[in-house]
Design a protein around this ligand. Structure first.
Ligand SMILES: [Ca+2]
Length: 184
């Protein structure tokens, strides 16, 4: 084997190693939520999110600093409320440490909302990590979780208004990010 061939083989092995590394997941700090800003080119959109009830999920012309022009407004209808939206998260694996962040603002003294990370075979029975606020100023909520996934498990991000039995409770959401940090 000539030196040239040996070097070529080494180079190919190096390339293979580099490619293999890149399939373990997206780069750390990439936002895994495709539409966390609820707008594209200043046009409001709920693309990528599934609402519990389309009537309770509205895009409104308001946003926190750095959040463009539009935010998601969720209204609670009852307990449990259908005033929520969710999106599945791909490109994560068991053992990943992820950070979910969102800017949230309650409307009125009764309003408020929560952000959740759910993992399980069904979104309805999934285990939940939750952060919530009833602050009427834009507030950044953050939660960190280490994913522990079974073979058939999915990860979802859920945004929800507070439950209600009397007063319609409202909450605004914008700038939703989910990032792999892989360190705590
Ligand atoms: Ca926005």
């Amino acid at each position: 084997m000539t030196r040239h061939v040996r070097l070529t083989i080494l180079f190919l092995l190096f390339l293979f190693g580099a490619c293999k590394e890149s399939t373990t997941g997206p780069e750390i700090s990439v936002n895994l939520i495709a539409n966390g800003n609820f707008e594209t080119d200043q046009t409001p959109t709920l693309q990528g999110w599934v609402p519990g009830s389309a009537q309770l999920a509205e895009l409104v012309n308001e946003a926190p600093q750095g959040g463009g022009n539009w935010a998601l407004e969720l209204t609670a209808d009852w307990a449990p409320t259908m005033g929520f939206v969710y999106t599945p998260v791909l490109s994560v694996a068991s053992g990943d440490i992820v950070e979910l962040s969102a800017f949230v603002r309650a409307i009125g003294q009764e309003g408020g909302g929560s952000i959740e990370l759910r993992t399980g075979e069904s979104i309805w029975t999934a285990t939940r990590s939750t952060a919530r606020t009833s602050d009427t100023a834009w507030t950044q909520l953050t939660l960190v979780d280490t994913l522990n996934l079974g073979l058939n498990d999915t990860v979802w991000v859920v945004l929800s208004s507070f439950e209600t039995e009397l007063i319609p409770k409202k909450c605004l959401f914008d700038l939703i990010t989910l990032k792999r940090t892989n360190s705590q």
